[in-house]
Design a protein around this ligand. Structure first.
Ligand SMILES: Nc1ncnc2c1ncn2[C@@H]1O[C@H](COP(=O)(O)OP(=O)(O)OP(=O)(O)O)[C@@H](O)[C@H]1O
Length: 367
């Protein structure tokens, strides 16, 4: 279930400030898509987003959700139909994870059993084991786990609309990449209407079905698909935002599952003894083998000269990862990127030539 959101000539003036923070903002956010507002600090992204759930009241203009006038609804009722996730998760510190996730269902008067079931379902959905996490307090979670709980809470009452304000802004780059991947996976299933605010253009390219590049006072400089903005920035300001390496950035638009994986490479098992490993490598004429455990999950690299020494795999990608992540992994590993499937099992390798071919193809397409 998703809703179209329409803002028409929406303006916000804060008391005592001359220029409006948001000036005559008009946009249609299609149902079931992720629209990213991206722009420099202070341009009005947050103000614009918060007017949709009326945490900030517009000074003038019209906002409709599925054709219904959001400004004439009771604000509390409106907010119960709109999930909201923010930076640093904004969890209630004295409530457990379960209580945090169950807040809106509770307010909606769901019976207890239904709330508890829903909380567990949501924790599962965001990759947290309910048995382990439901009774913890926010301070007992890592930043990434708090962010996941924040997303679970925003989704708990199954709202058709989700507003996300820099939700992954406060975590390290690797966790951030994982959270982004998870949001993509969730969205493939849930198809909500999501408005996502960030100042990180790469994040916008990765997540957005459409991106609104905003200038001061939330002026829309360009509103289009990531592909179109990368290929044809509307003006110099947008071009500046897109930054250098547009064709490399397009790698964030392609996923590992879009390319053919190499099956080459020597696979050995944790059961194999060093002699066997060396023999396999010599027979194949290769110097490195990938070692898998009993469930076919990658464990380490081993080299023909020291087959008894396990060398760590420093970076891996999944089927859902972007080709930019794959390129990172290739550069980190100095060879190929190891790809794993849904249960962490080995599914193949991305080779540098594959990535190069895609970059060439993207350049030609957009020339
Ligand atoms: N409560 C307020 N009272 C007065 N001015 C405000 C208020 N909130 C925001 N502003 C001003 O409105 C403008 C837009 O702020 P807003 O927070 O929407 O920008 P933003 O693009 O989300 O910024 P950031 O990326 O830094 O969070 C800024 O100039 C800010 O100083």
């Amino acid at each position: 279930m998703a809703s179209e959101i329409q803002l028409t000539d929406v303006t916000k003036r804060y008391p005592g400030r001359r220029p409006p923070a948001v000036d005559n903002f008009t946009i249609t956010i299609p149902a079931g898509q992720i629209v990213v507002f991206v722009g420099p600090s202070g341009c009005g992204k947050t103000t614009t987003m918060r007017m949709i759930n009326r945490l900030i009241e517009p000074t003038s203009g019209k906002i409709t959700i599925d054709g219904k006038d959001a400004l004439s609804l009771d604000p509390d009722d409106l907010r119960r139909g709109i999930g909201y996730a923010i930076q640093q998760a904004g969890l209630f510190p004295h409530m457990t994870v379960a209580q945090n996730v169950g807040v809106v269902p509770g307010l909606l008067g769901w019976e207890r059993k239904k709330v508890t079931d829903r909380v567990d379902e949501m924790l599962d959905l965001v990759g947290l084991d309910p048995a382990e996490f439901r009774n913890r307090f926010p301070r007992q979670l890592s930043g990434g786990q708090q962010q996941r709980v924040g997303v679970a809470r925003a989704l708990a009452a199954d709202p058709p609309v989700l507003l996300m304000d820099e939700p992954f802004g406060a975590v390290d780059p690797i966790t951030r990449g994982n959270l982004q991947d998870e949001l993509m996976r969730l969205q493939a299933e849930l198809r909500k209407t999501i408005v996502f605010v960030t100042h990180d253009f790469d994040e916008a390219v990765k997540l957005g079905d459409r991106i609104a590049v905003l200038g001061n006072q939330s002026k829309i400089l360009q509103y289009d698909t990531p592909e179109a903005i990368l290929a044809n920035p509307a003006d110099d300001t947008v071009a500046g935002f897109v930054g250098a390496g547009a064709s490399l950035k397009q790698l964030t638009l392609r996923r590992v599952h879009d390319v053919e994986l190499a099956k080459a490479g020597v696979l050995v098992s944790t059961e194999d003894d060093p002699g066997e490993i060396r023999r396999k490598l010599v027979d194949a004429g290769k110097s490195f083998a990938l070692m898998l455990d009993g469930r076919r999950r990658p464990v380490s690299w081993v080299h023909v000269r020291e087959p008894q020494v396990q060398r760590p795999i420093r970076d891996m990608v999944s089927n859902e990862s972007t080709l930019q992540d794959a390129l990172e992994a290739i550069l980190t590993e100095g060879g190929n990127a190891v790809v794993t499937g849904a249960r962490g099992e080995y599914v193949g390798l991305v080779e540098i030539d594959t990535v190069m071919a895609i970059v060439r193809q993207l350049r030609e397409e957009n020339a």
